[in-house]
Design a protein around this ligand. Sequence first.
Ligand SMILES: [Zn+2]
Ligand SMILES: [Zn+2]
Length: 112
Amino acid sequence: MSDKPKVVIRNGVSMVEGWSERIEEAQKQPTISIGGHLFDRVRYGEESEDWGADEHPCHGCRVVKGEVHVMGCDGERCPACGGQIIWCDCPFDDDEWFENVGAGVLARVGHR
Ligand SMILES: [Zn+2]
Ligand SMILES: [Zn+2]
């Protein structure tokens, strides 16, 4: 294969080229509307479980502690129910959310 994706480094974290832009985009959307209520999204490191945010970036989307996950990351918690946001049944009001959520998004990270 000659079209191997380029790897870039962001905050000391390696990822495929273009993904750091996805992370920057995610930081512009710190809230999410669920059932008519606006919630602050759960940032990496704020989960009730300890995912090791002090030691390494998010296993799913490569953000560092204190950042908002990239949409579709399986590490992101739902601020309404505390479940995994990609699987919970909460009534998200943002259509874009549904379009972005899914395994297809994370397949592009290319680090697995
Ligand atoms: Zn993540
Ligand atoms: Zn939920």
